[in-house]
Design a protein around this ligand. Structure first.
Ligand SMILES: Cc1ncc(COP(=O)(O)O)c(C=O)c1O
Length: 409
């Protein structure tokens, strides 16, 4: 198949473009569009397979349990895991990170301990640790990235024998930089700390292997990788999860309850209180099937080409400042930029008038913005449903944005 045919074949999987044929969706990093196979899988589950998992003895309940526990196996395989007990279903990356902070952090951190956080982290990987720090007396230590979002070797020295936790985004949603996670994990382990990877911008973009990474925890959201909103994943090493107390309590996570005491279920059910999101798991499994069918290598190649093309085209515009690394291999599937003289919110809203959806603002990375001396930026992020034509249309529309503000480029 030639390039053009491949692009239309990719786009044809997504019904949103039948409803909005002219839409140029460049906000994949915020949430992905959904392939028909995912929509149909969820519809099928809701119509013919709906019951409460883990509870009843009737057929629909048994079917729901099969979907849910089968999903756990499939997610485990998707990230190279070996033990399904190491997969906890959550709502999203935010809940996964909160679970670690509240359960592991609150239990094991003491005054004078240190939590090393990459400054380019999303708020969901900062705010929970601030709360934990205030409650336990553990100190937050920020690892500072350079102007390109890369981590200088010298910053690794901040990880020392007091460090108990090292937490970082594999790909930063705020600047687009991709880190080498193994370097940080190795350093954390050398100092006796655990390493947490926020893989929200990596899942569905490239292969993850938690065993090769030797990650202690890894978090991601289904909705950023073609699955519905409301389903997320926390991977955690069994020996860590097993010693952690529950995060939320109530139904389904207990062994035995008396009026004043409760014993808890084993891992991972201990962390899955209440009726779970079986439709979400069904959609997540369908999304994984979709990704495997397209092929992670093909996805990565397509996104890499788009990054290259987007960087090249945006660089031609004298009024654009691009942030993040020069080297393509150090970038995720997003480009962050500013338009000279125009606030990012105005840029986004005028682009929207031209049918182009981008994200503008601080991208939930205010500490990074403060560190880089920025207040807001524009972000174009993409996936297999985007093409070089989308980039050309973005460039044309950016000239129009400048014209609205009286510039004559
Ligand atoms: C790197 C990163 N971490 C965490 C999150 C939070 O994801 P969610 O809102 O799905 O919990 C995002 C969302 O943009 C993200 O990009």
């Amino acid at each position: 198949m030639n390039e053009k045919a491949l692009e239309s074949a990719y786009r044809a999987h997504f019904p949103v473009f039948r409803v909005h044929p002219d839409l140029i969706y460049l906000d994949h990093a915020a949430t992905s569009q959904k392939p028909l196979s995912v929509v149909e899988a969820i519809q099928n589950q809701m119509v013919s397979e709906n019951g409460s998992p883990h509870r009843g003895a009737h057929q629909l309940s048994v079917k729901s349990t099969e979907i849910y526990e089968g999903g756990r196996q499939q997610v485990m395989a998707f990230i190279g895991g070996l033990d399904p007990r190491e997969i906890v279903f959550t709502k999203n990356t935010t809940e996964s990170l909160n679970l670690i902070a509240y359960s592991y952090g609150m239990t094991f951190l003491k005054p004078k301990d240190e939590i090393a956080i990459l400054i380019s982290s999303h708020h969901s990987n900062i705010v929970p640790w601030q709360v934990v720090s205030q409650k336990t007396g553990a100190k937050l230590v920020y690892l500072l990235v350079d102007q390109e979002g890369k981590l200088p070797e010298t910053e690794l020295k901040k990880i020392n024998e007091r460090t108990q936790i090292v937490t970082f985004p594999w790909v930063s949603n705020g600047i687009g930089t991709k880190l080498e996670p193994r370097q940080l994990i190795k350093k954390a382990h050398e100092m006796g700390a655990i390493a947490i990877i926020d893989a929200a911008q990596v899942a569905g973009h490239e292969r993850i292997n938690v065993i090769e990474l030797d990650a202690d925890f890894l978090a991601f959201s289904g909705h950023k990788m073609f699955a519905p909103q409301g389903i997320g994943v926390l991977y955690g090493k069994y020996e860590l999860l097993d010693k952690m107390p529950p995060f939320l309590t109530g139904g389904d996570m207990i062994e035995y309850v008396t009026c004043f005491e409760t014993t808890y279920e084993a891992v991972p059910k201990r962390f899955e209180a209440g009726t779970q999101n079986v439709s979400g798991v069904k959609g997540l499994v369908a999304a994984i099937d979709f990704i495997e069918q397209i092929g992670l290598d093909a996805i990565k190649t397509h996104e890499h080409k788009l990054t290259q093309y987007m960087m090249m085209r945006l660089k031609e515009l004298s009024f654009i400042t691009i942030y993040g690394p020069e080297t393509l291999n150090d970038r995720g599937a997003l480009v962050v930029f500013n338009v000279e003289g125009i606030h990012p919110h105005d840029v986004a809203s005028i682009l929207d008038d031209h049918g182009i959806a981008i994200r503008a603002g601080h991208h939930c990375t205010q500490p990074l913005m403060q560190h880089l001396g920025l207040t807001a930026t524009c972000r174009a992020s993409y996936s297999i449903y985007n093409s070089e034509r989308d980039v050309d249309d973005l460039v044309k529309a950016l000239y129009k944005v400048r014209q609205v503000f009286g510039y004559d480029d």
